[in-house]
Design a protein around this ligand. Structure first.
Ligand SMILES: Cc1cc2nc3c(=O)[nH]c(=O)nc-3n(C[C@H](O)[C@H](O)[C@H](O)COP(=O)(O)OP(=O)(O)OC[C@H]3O[C@@H](n4cnc5c(N)ncnc54)[C@H](O)[C@@H]3O)c2cc1C
Length: 440
């Protein structure tokens, strides 16, 4: 059976970008929005994320005495990525980040705080924001989706995958989809693509990211890059396709340990007990390639009670604990025994680097490997989220954000700054949605 739906705006994907775009567009009660979501049961990457929102110049930072701004945030991102080609995009996203963090906290009533305990490589001041309980992205996305589904001018259709774009004379005029046995034909003045990247699609990962090998995939299986199949025939300019949000602190159980651990004194050694890296020299995305280059593509991270006191306050550590990925040993001898490493070699590796503190037993440890959480390559977009062809012209009737669009890491995964993923998604959703509700 066919069902024809006519709306002002259709959004493909009810993750971070899609929900934010729909929430902001539907602030105008005269704008009718349909959101088609492939599967809420499987969830979105935002829902399995740590829910850490990078924003510079928030009132939370001000209250904590942290001097930050959108400019400083953008400069940090660009220093890590070296991707000057996308400076306008980075600037536009950083410029709105504090606004939506305040809106989520003050207008939508979701508790937020700045994580002064969330040190990250390249982040010149603390600027990750999360709920005080560090519950991760799931409750945040649940909160936002509930508000969205209560809006009278919004239809949120679940188990309703978009199957293609409807294009007339080069203009996108809506989408095709299905729900249950029904074929959906949706007509809309504007179509927003928010279906995320392709880390869950083996063929696309082989095509664009083969050098990552066969990493653990720590994202949701709905990230199959469906939009790539729709955008390529339209001549969209696909950029930075080899870059990913990688992670070098994925446990062998598939969970992650707190990325702040290196800044709390944690030490990494390989299977042979050799310390192969300055743990603070890389962000977790860049660290992935270093771990990948070690024997058996694994390493063990070791920390002590002092580090554990701070690191344990995260959903990642709670999940790792539940999975049985975190272990402990009272002293170096028993640690070496548990790791099957020569005690003398291990003791040598545990010596502090210059300027760092020495770890003191008892020790905590976890075996780690590298993983990919999400892709960072995608369609070129301008600062309003318009999708660009290779000749620079925008595709009429279409907007895109989040993992569908080019990310902020540059050409290499090592250029990823913590918080870039949700910045691209919530930030572009905010920009696109505001543009609709203000009639631009
Ligand atoms: C484990 C993990 C931790 C992370 N932690 C952080 C963090 O703390 N901070 C940060 O900034 N970033 C983090 N990220 C990255 C961040 O989650 C993503 O960059 C972000 O969620 C991308 O937003 P999005 O809206 O593009 O996609 P998503 O949030 O994944 O939403 C996309 C939605 O589209 C749906 N969809 C897919 N195909 C279709 C289709 N054909 N039709 C309809 N719907 C479809 C999906 O089901 C999904 O619901 C993390 C990622 C992972 C995996």
């Amino acid at each position: 059976m066919h069902e024809n739906i006519e709306v002002d705006v259709v959004v493909a994907g009810a993750g971070a970008c899609g929900v934010m775009a729909a929430l902001r567009a539907s602030e105008d009660p005269d704008v009718v929005v349909a959101v088609l979501e492939k599967s809420m049961a499987e969830g979105c990457n935002a829902g399995v994320s740590s829910g850490s929102l990078a924003a510079g110049g928030t009132r939370f930072q001000e209250a904590a005495g942290i001097d930050d701004s959108a400019r400083r945030h953008a400069d940090d991102i660009l220093a890590a990525s070296g991707d000057e080609r996308h400076r306008d995009l980075v600037d536009a996203l950083c410029a709105v980040a504090a606004d939506y963090v305040h809106w989520i906290a003050d207008d939508l009533g979701y508790p937020m705080d700045v994580g002064t305990d969330m040190a990250r490589k390249g982040m010149s001041v603390p600027r990750l924001h999360a709920d005080p309980a560090r519950a991760g992205g799931s409750p945040l996305m649940g909160h936002l989706r509930r508000i969205l589904s209560d809006r009278p001018n919004v239809a949120l259709l679940d188990e309703a995958p978009v199957t293609g774009l409807r294009v007339e004379d080069g203009t996108v005029v809506g989408v095709c989809g299905r729900q249950g046995g029904n074929e959906l034909v949706v007509s809309a003045d504007l179509t927003v693509l928010a279906t995320d990247g392709f880390a869950g699609n083996r063929a696309l990962m082989q095509e664009f990211c083969a050098e990552l090998g066969d990493p653990f995939h720590g994202g949701v299986s709905t990230a199959t890059g469906d939009a790539m199949g729709w955008l390529r025939p339209l001549g969209a300019d696909l950029r930075n396709m080899g870059a990913c949000l990688r992670h070098g602190q994925v446990t062998l159980h598939g969970t992650r340990v707190n990325p702040a651990l290196p800044w709390l004194g944690a030490v990494l050694v390989n299977r042979d007990g050799e310390r192969f890296v300055d743990e603070q020299a890389h962000g977790y995305s860049g660290l992935a390639a270093v771990v990948q280059s070690q024997p058996a593509e694994r390493a063990v991270m070791i920390w002590d009670d002092e580090a554990q006191q701070t690191a344990q306050h995260s959903e990642m550590m709670r999940e790792s604990e539940r999975a049985g990925a975190l272990r402990s040993a009272p002293d170096v001898a028993s640690l070496a025994g548990a790791l099957r490493i020569d005690p003398a070699v291990l003791a040598f590796s545990l010596r502090p680097l210059p300027g760092r503190r020495a770890l003191v037993g008892p020790f905590h440890f976890a075996w780690l490997t590298h993983g990919v959480l999400a892709t960072q390559g995608g369609a070129a977009v301008d600062a309003q989220g318009r999708v660009l062809r290779t000749d620079g012209s925008p595709i009429a009737g279409l907007r895109a954000g989040g993992g569908v669009a080019v990310g902020l890491a540059g050409t290499d995964s090592a250029g990823y700054s913590s918080g870039n993923g949700l910045l691209s998604a919530f930030g572009m959703g905010w920009i696109i949605g505001n543009g609709i509700s203000s009639g631009r």
